[in-house]
Design a protein around this ligand. Structure first.
Ligand code: COA
Length: 175
């Protein structure tokens, strides 16, 4: 991994056009596993309104200036997840909990970018005094790559649920 040629940064409004290109190029398989918002400019602008408490992070290939990985951190929880956690008796700490959704461009998957992003986020989130990270909408039980990725990064399973006939796991990581 030639990390010197890659740059991690917080997503800014000036990056939205590039983000749209990144999202448009994702394969159907990746889209079926990463869908925290619609893939159009209006949806992205709305998603990043300050009141929604979403922060985007991107990895850019310095040579091509293309976005090659995109993760989201929401301060607090996604409403549907929150309801499920409450039903399952999970104690919530909205001031110090956050929610994570990662993605890597198909051609760059399994090359260490997910790890690079998470190592960066761990430090960022600790600086913001956050203590726990939940998964955004859980992870599909068939998504072996992502489950391995989360386990490797110290997430643990805390429950399971079914959505549209598909089994999913809720996972959490303590910072
Ligand atoms: C899940 C995802 C973010 C992981 O990022 P990545 O850059 O591909 O993963 P990394 O190269 O950093 O690998 C980290 C760990 O993930 C696991 N992993 C990565 N690729 C894997 C593969 N092809 N098969 C099995 N495990 C894999 C391994 O445990 C790996 O650690 P190791 O290299 O020491 O064995 C990325 O693959 C992705 O975007 N997938 C599609 C979208 C998605 O599923 N998002 C999550 C929704 S819940």
């Amino acid at each position: 991994m030639t990390e010197k040629k890659l740059q991690i940064s917080q997503l800014l409004a000036k990056d939205f056009d590039k983000l749209l290109i990144y999202l448009s190029n994702l394969s159907l398989a990746t889209r079926s596993r990463f869908a925290p918002h619609r893939f159009d400019l209006v949806a992205i602008e709305q998603f990043y309104l300050p009141e929604n408490n979403n922060i985007g992070y991107i990895i850019t290939d310095i040579e091509t200036q293309a976005i090659i990985a995109y993760s989201i951190i929401k301060l607090g929880y996604v409403l549907k997840d929150k309801k499920r956690f409450e039903e399952n008796g999970i104690q919530l700490y909205p001031q110090t909990d956050c929610t994570f959704a990662p993605s890597v461009a198909d051609a760059w998957q399994s090359k260490g970018l997910g790890k690079m992003m998470f190592d960066f986020l761990k430090i960022e989130l600790q600086k913001q005094s956050l203590r726990r990270i939940f998964l955004w909408g859980g992870v599909q039980a068939t998504n072996e790559t992502a489950i391995n990725y989360y386990l490797k990064n110290s997430f643990e399973k805390i429950g399971s649920f079914e959505k549209n006939g598909i089994d999913n796991f809720d996972m959490i990581m303590h910072l």
